[in-house]
Design a protein around this ligand. Structure first.
Ligand code: SF4
Length: 332
C-alpha cells in the first residue's frame, strides 16, 4: 500500500501499477488529508463561515469537498466570506488586517502541515491577536496504518510510507508497527524512480523474510526527522481520537490544540449547530481509502461522480485516488 496521495497520482499517471509482474499489486491508501476530513468537520467549517463577521480561510483543496449539504465554495456563493490561502500564516496576516472580524483557519493536513499551523498559533499569540482561531482537523499517519492492518479484510503485506510526512517526523514511529505487524515499511519519495525503488526495497525484504523500516527517500528524510518542526507540533497540539471520513474513529489519530492554546480553538469559540452529517449513499470512499476497492470499481465513478460534480472527497482533492483515476485512466 502506498500511503501518500501524491504517490498514488504518480503511480497512476505513469502506469507503474500496470507494469508490475503478476502477484504484485499496489493498493492505494488513505494518504489524502482532505479526503479523510470527516463530513462533520466540513459542515462545522461551513456553519462557522456563515456567522456574521467571520472570515474562514483554508487551503484550495478543501474548497470543493462536499459536506452533508454544500461545500465551502457554495457557502461563499451564498454570501459567506471564505478565502483560499496558501499558508496559515496568510490567515494570521488577514486577522491582523481585519481587527473587527474573526478569522478562522480550517487546518487540514497530515504531520506535514501541522508545524505551520502550530507556528501560526504562536505567531498570533505573539502578536496579541484575539481574533484569530484554528478549526483543527490535522490527522496522523501511523495510527491509520495500524487501523488498516488491524481491519479484518487487510491484504497489506508492505507499505510505501509517505516521504513528505517522514521528512517532518522521521520514521522511528514506524519501527514498532513493522515489528508488531510483520510488514516492511519503506519511506518512499514521489518520482517514478523513487516509487520503483521503494517497491523493489519492499519486495526484497519480503523475499528475504525481513520486516523492517527502510529509507528510500534519504535525500529528504532522516530517522529522527525535523526536531524543530516536531517540537512545534508537540508544543501546540495534543493527540486525540479522530473520525476519518469513510473509515470511522481511529484512536489517537488527530491533533487538537492544547488547553493552554484553547483561546485559539475555533471549535470552542463558536457554538455552531450542525445537523446529522451523512455521506452521499453512493460514495464508497471508505473502501477506496482503506484499499478495499479501486476507484474505477465505484458504480458512479465518471458518471454521477466527476471532478466537476464530485460526490465524495477523493474525487475533489488533487491527492485523491478517484481524481487520479479520472484524470489519467478514465474509461472510454
Ligand atoms: S468515484 Fe466518487 S462516489 Fe465513487 S468513491 Fe470516488 S469520490 Fe466516492
Amino acid at each position: 500500500m502506498e500511503v501518500c496521495g501524491g504517490q498514488t497520482h504518480s503511480i497512476v499517471k505513469y502506469g507503474i501499477d500496470t507494469l508490475l509482474p503478476k502477484g504484485l499489486e499496489l493498493i492505494h491508501g488513505p494518504g489524502c488529508p482532505v479526503c479523510v476530513t470527516p463530513v462533520e468537520l466540513v459542515d462545522r467549517a461551513i456553519a462557522t463561515a456563515r456567522i456574521d463577521d467571520v472570515i474562514l480561510c483554508s487551503f484550495g483543496d478543501m474548497m470543493r469537498v462536499p459536506g452533508s449539504g454544500r461545500d465551502l465554495i457554495g457557502a461563499r456563493a451564498a454570501g459567506a466570506d471564505v478565502r483560499m490561502v496558501y499558508s496559515p500564516l496568510d490567515a494570521v496576516r488577514i486577522a491582523s488586517e481585519n481587527p473587527a472580524r474573526e478569522v478562522v483557519f480550517f487546518a487540514v493536513g497530515f504531520e506535514t502541515t501541522a508545524p505551520v499551523t502550530a507556528a501560526a498559533v504562536l505567531r498570533a499569540e505573539a502578536m496579541g491577536l484575539g481574533n484569530f482561531s484554528v478549526l483543527a482537523a490535522h490527522v496522523l499517519v501511523p495510527p491509520a496504518m495500524e487501523a488498516i492492518l488491524k481491519s479484518p479484510g487487510s491484504r497489506i503485506q508492505g507499505f510505501l510510507a509517505a516521504g513528505h510526512v517522514c521528512s517532518v517526523m522521521g520514521f522511528t514511529e514506524y519501527e514498532p508497527i513493522a515489528e508488531e505487524y510483520r510488514v516492511p515499511i519503506v519511506v518512499t519519495g514521489f518520482e517514478p524512480l523513487d516509487i520503483l525503488e521503494g517497491i523493489h526495497m519492499c519486495v526484497m525484504q519480503l523475499e528475504e523474510g525481513r520486516t523492517q523500516v527502510a529509507n528510500q527517500y534519504h535525500r529528504a528524510v532522516t530517522r529522527k526527522g525535523n526536531p524543530e518542526a516536531i517540537a512545534l507540533i508537540r508544543n501546540v497540539f495534543r493527540t486525540v481520537d479522530r473520525a476519518w471520513r469513510g473509515i470511522g474513529l481511529i484512536p489517537m489519530s488527530g491533533l487538537a490544540l492544547r488547553e493552554e492554546y484553547s483561546a485559539f480553538d475555533a471549535a470552542l469559540r463558536f457554538d455552531v449547530s450542525i445537523g446529522s452529517a451523512d455521506e452521499s449513499p453512493e460514495c464508497i470512499a471508505g473502501k477506496v481509502l482503506t484499499g478495499e476497492a479501486k476507484p474505477d470499481s465505484c458504480p458512479v465513478f465518471g458518471t454521477e461522480c466527476t471532478p466537476e460534480r464530485p460526490l465524495g472527497a477523493p474525487m475533489v482533492s488533487s491527492e485523491g485516488a478517484c481524481a487520479a483515476y479520472h484524470r489519467y485512466r478514465m474509461r472510454s
